[in-house]
Unconditional design. Structure first.
Length: 156
């Protein structure tokens, strides 16, 4: 086999052509940017119908402890289990195991610290699961801060 270099312009034109074709309401799916690449995903208007048709179970929700652990890993990665437990103040064994099983996190290596503990980080499935393209799209602390002294429209 040989490698062929395809100009980025041709790839972008092909993706645009596919997006235009599948924007028609006769299709229940469309190519969308997800996880750093394009995937054919169900259009929001058809998700309920297709879910019933395929008798799919919805994704099980993450427990609060798993979500807290995942949040710490996402924002502080790479991180050891000891770091997680120091931040949370409780054991994270169960949450880390469940997140590994769901493939939302992965082992990134071993720390040089005493005992060489495992280092965890988010996986490629993390971005797909949450519908983002990269970790940089996660909300920042500023997104959650209250804006007390703003000038402009208020909801009084």
């Amino acid at each position: 086999m040989f490698e062929a270099d395809v100009p980025m312009k041709d790839i972008e034109e092909a993706i645009l052509s596919l997006q235009q074709k599948y924007s028609d309401n006769s299709y229940s799916f469309e190519p969308l940017l997800s996880g750093g690449g394009y995937q054919f995903l169900t259009k929001p208007a058809y998700q309920a119908s297709i879910g019933i048709l395929l008798k799919q179970q919805s994704k099980k929700r993450l427990s609060n402890s798993a979500l807290e652990t995942l949040s710490i890993i996402a924002y502080k990665q790479p991180v050891t289990k000891g770091d997680l437990e120091q931040i949370r103040g409780v054991s994270c064994d169960y949450s880390v195991q469940k997140l590994l099983e769901k493939e939302l996190i992965e082992i990134k290596g071993k720390s040089e610290a005493v005992g060489r503990p495992l280092i965890y980080g988010t996986s490629e499935n993390f971005t797909d699961y949450f519908g983002i393209n990269s970790i940089s799209e996660l909300p920042t602390i500023k997104d959650f801060e209250q804006k007390d002294n703003e000038i402009g429209d208020s909801q009084e």
